[in-house]
Design a protein around this ligand. Structure first.
Ligand code: GTP
Ligand code: MG
Length: 258
């Protein structure tokens, strides 16, 4: 009975805390609306900067090596709702400076690559740039999460240039292959299915891990095929070493790209 009482007390405390927190957050916003919106605008600028860096790299690879290491880039600024949730779960002080310091994924850029090697190549290229500072790297490709999740995560700091100041902003960059993205998207959708008995949920989680492993094997296989194509091309290069005409260059899209 004592345990039950304690449970109710705890639940009550949590309820009060959560709701107070929402009120607190609403009040915080009322007092800080403009600075909050301004900060979110800075995060959008930081996203533009990071996206541009990746687009430049993609463009250069496409010109130099005739291939695009990036399949797509998706970015987002964290919603206010998710920010409130994180403030609650991490129990961080409710000031703009503290949000900026403690929540490192307010700006998120997801880079979906063709092959696993491209992930490391692009991450290196980004981190070599002299205005990019690495804060943290989490390699969930070498060390997948227990869920089976794979991706390379970087928390970086980059400058945005405002009319009278240079401001450093944190951005979370997630680099993954198409296969890793496919798995993560579907797993994310399934994660929120509720009302499944524990035992069945555990079995499903195991199957999702197995799917992640199958998908990782597919990535390795595709990567291996690419390597063999590159080696074969290299080997037979001399035989088709004819001068390139304007026509073949245009066909290859080297001159006119949209
Ligand atoms: P968060 O508070 O969730 O941001 O945790 P964290 O700061 O420890 O970051 P973590 O390295 O766990 O990466 C968080 C982000 O990676 C999430 O917001 C997701 O986008 C992604 N992620 C991490 N684990 C999983 C997973 O198991 N499944 C899926 N679908 N995505 C995941
Ligand atoms: Mg996150």
């Amino acid at each position: 009975m004592g345990g039950l009482n304690q449970f109710f007390k705890q639940t009550q405390r949590q309820f009060v805390r959560d709701n107070l927190m929402s009120d607190e957050f609403i009040e915080f916003l009322q007092q800080n609306r403009l600075p909050y919106d301004t900060l979110m605008a800075y995060y959008r600028c930081a996203i533009m900067e990071v996206e541009t860096k990746f687009k430049v790299l993609n463009e250069q690879f496409s010109l130099q090596y005739d291939r695009n290491p990036i399949e797509s880039i998706k970015s987002r600024v964290k919603s206010m709702e998710s920010i409130v949730k994180k403030v609650r779960s991490k129990d961080i002080p409710l000031t703009l400076a503290s949000l900026e310091e403690n929540i490192r994924d307010i700006a998120g850029v997801r880079v979906v690559c063709s092959f696993q090697d491209d992930i490391y190549m692009l991450a290196d290229c980004l981190l070599k740039q002299d205005d990019v500072r690495l804060i943290e790297k989490k390699d969930y490709i070498k060390n997948p999460k227990p869920s089976g999740y794979r991706s390379l995560h970087l928390i970086v700091e980059i400058p945005i240039f405002l009319h009278n100041e240079k401001r450093m902003m944190k951005v979370e960059v997630q680099l993954r292959t198409i296969a890793m993205d496919f798995w993560a998207s579907l797993e994310h959708k399934l994660r929120y299915k509720k009302n499944i008995p524990d035992e069945e949920a555990e079995q499903l989680a195991r199957e999702l891990v197995a799917c992640a492993e199958t998908s990782a094997a597919l990535d390795k296989h595709m990567q291996d095929i690419r390597k063999r194509i590159a080696e074969s091309e290299e080997e037979h290069k001399d035989k088709k070493d004819l001068p390139q005409t304007m026509g073949t260059m245009m066909l290859k899209g080297r001159l006119f790209r949209n």
